[in-house]
Design a protein around this ligand. Structure first.
Ligand code: MG
Length: 218
């Protein structure tokens, strides 16, 4: 069953965890290094937006990128969960975009500073309709793509994730207590590129079962 957030106004969202450097070809295009453990960062709750909403480009950046990602909605309170039990804590999945002010992020990386500002502006975490998760669904074989103004910009498959969904949940739960309503952005495949005012972005995952359409304005 699929549901739109707006049909579930009582659904409370919590922390927004994000994983970086989780696809080898994206690591290559960013000229980054692969890491032994997942790279974790967070976005504030105020960055979350939904279908048909608008990404607002901040005046602080002149180079904002899309990063299309599989997003997990946690449905249980968990701490120190083993990998083989981790999928049972997922309530739903969606397609999402980890919107990134690349110039601000590059500057932060260069200076050894956190990524929060580059990743956390209002509207920088759009997610599509949530699809209820069952363990019959193989999260590691989902096509994922994003189009900008009808042009295909990213097209990948979750089989190429370096850390799988269960490994990510287990890892995070060993650092933090996860709560129902927490979201996890699981990293982006290659093909990230700039978005500008006036763009229409359409993203999908798993043969269109979660889709997202958002607009971009300065
Ligand atoms: Mg990302």
């Amino acid at each position: 069953m699929s549901f739109e957030i707006k049909e579930y106004p009582y659904l409370q969202f919590g922390s927004i965890y994000c994983i970086g450097r989780n696809y080898a070809r994206h690591i290559e295009e960013m000229k980054s290094e692969r890491t032994e453990d997942p790279v974790v960062f967070l976005k504030p709750r105020s960055s979350l937006i939904f279908n048909k909403d608008t990404i607002l480009l901040p005046k602080e950046s002149t180079n904002v990128h899309h990063e299309v990602e599989l997003v997990l909605l946690i449905g249980k309170q968990i701490r120190n969960i083993p990998v083989d039990d981790a999928l049972n804590s997922i309530q739903a999945i969606a397609v999402g975009i980890d919107v990134t002010a690349r110039d601000i992020q590059s500057n932060a990386k260069k200076n050894g500073l956190p990524w929060a500002l580059s990743k956390g502006f209002d509207s920088f975490a759009p997610i599509g309709n949530l699809v209820e998760f069952t363990t019959k669904l193989n999260l590691q074989d989902l096509d994922i793509q994003v189009q900008v103004n009808g042009e295909l910009r990213q097209s990948g498959n979750t089989s190429n994730m370096l850390f799988s969904a269960d490994e990510i949940i287990s890892y995070l739960s060993h650092q933090f207590t996860l709560y129902p309503g927490d979201l996890i952005f699981t990293g982006t495949p290659e093909g990230v590129s700039p978005i500008v005012s006036g763009d229409t972005i359409k993203a999908s995952i798993g043969n269109q079962f979660s889709t997202l359409e958002v607009y971009v304005r300065a």
